[in-house]
Design a protein around this ligand. Structure first.
Ligand SMILES: [Zn+2]
Length: 345
């Protein structure tokens, strides 16, 4: 990157509240990065979020190096054998330990104001989500408990069918259940974000109809550009029509970073990823697009091997002609707006 461009990118990262709306880094830390351990015959080296890891994609030091001020991190991937509530509480405990070890680097944010505060103090705000209604174990009381703990977003499904709705890997066309609709009503009352990432098409439309607040899709991509759906069903990626529907309700679509998988091209890089973001911005307007890396859960392209590569993506977006104001929104301003709108205060 030429020095002038580097300065431009860094200026944008200072101007924007740089926010990423989905990663699995907390769970990766808990699992010892087992999923990404290249030395399968050796036990994975444990890492913590407060230290610069030699593996994985995200931790506090790497977030701060990228000028990041907000990160939504996930407490649950429902494939684990343990019961979902226990998994959530164990992940929460791990986060408490990591935050306590590094109060100068990170804080737990439950309001938009706390995200702003983190930004002004040079810290990264950690925002909690649960990826899959399995975490509720069929009980609305648990939703209230999670909200009390600071969880501000819930993904209705991960890949599978649960008590709320069908996920992208188990699609009979049934969409949401009556319990799922009750959960959305309760989430609207609690002012929690409804996240339709991994929803089937019918679940998606049911959720948008059921929610009285804007709905987000924290980590997805553009169905019309995907060349290889790999293990995902088509509904894992939003159609242009779906993206427009989210925007028309005031929500935001987060684009995940796995452009190499979607393009079936191991050589894909930040420029290829930028084209996905540009497509989403064309479809639903640049004010309704954000980052949803899926770091420590996905397969990022060249130049984005971990969060420190984010300037390469910003650089590629500048090349595509986005204005500074649009980029401030895409880098995180759009997420912060919808957080403020849904969480209130
Ligand atoms: Zn996911």
């Amino acid at each position: 990157m030429i020095p002038d461009r580097q300065e431009h990118v860094m200026r944008l990262h200072r101007q924007a509240p740089v926010i990423d709306c989905h990663n699995d880094s907390l769970i990766a830390v808990l699992n010892g990065d087992a999923h990404y351990n290249p030395l399968k015959h050796r036990p994975p080296r444990p890492r913590r979020l407060w230290e610069h890891g030699a593996s994985g994609h995200w931790d506090f030091p790497r977030a701060l190096a990228a000028g990041q001020s907000g990160q939504v991190t996930n407490l649950l991937v429902p494939r684990v054998k343990e019961d979902p509530c226990k998994s959530i509480l164990k992940a929460y405990r791990q986060l408490q330990l990591d935050l306590a070890a590094a109060p100068h680097m990170a804080l737990l944010a439950t309001t938009a104001a706390a995200v702003e505060q983190a930004r002004h103090e040079g810290k990264v705000a950690v925002i909690l989500t649960i990826e899959g209604g399995e975490g509720l174990e069929g009980d609305l009381d648990l939703l209230h408990v999670y909200h009390q703990l600071g969880v501000r977003s819930l993904g209705l499904t991960w890949m599978y069918r649960n008590a709320l709705a069908e996920g992208n890997w188990e699609d009979s066309g049934a969409g949401m259940t009556s319990f799922g609709r009750a959960v959305i009503r309760e989430m609207n009352a609690l002012r929690m974000l409804v996240d339709v990432a991994h929803a089937t098409e019918q679940t998606f439309w049911d959720a948008l109809e059921a929610s009285s607040a804007p709905v987000i899709c924290s980590h997805t991509s553009c169905r019309s550009l995907v060349k290889d759906f790999h293990t995902h069903a088509v509904s894992r990626y939003l159609s242009d029509e779906q993206m427009k529907a989210i925007a028309s309700q005031g929500g935001v679509v987060g684009i995940f970073f796995s452009a190499n998988r979607e393009l079936d091209d191991d050589a894909a890089d930040a420029t290829d990823l930028a084209r996905f973001i540009a497509h989403a911005a064309t479809v639903c307007g640049p004010a309704h697009v954000g980052l949803g890396s899926d770091f420590d859960g996905g397969h990022p392209p060249h130049g984005l091997e971990d969060m420190r590569g984010l300037p390469n993506l910003t650089n590629a977006l500048i090349d595509l002609g986005f204005s500074d104001a649009e980029l401030v929104g895409i880098l995180g301003g759009n997420w912060l707006r919808v957080f403020r709108m849904v969480w209130g205060g």
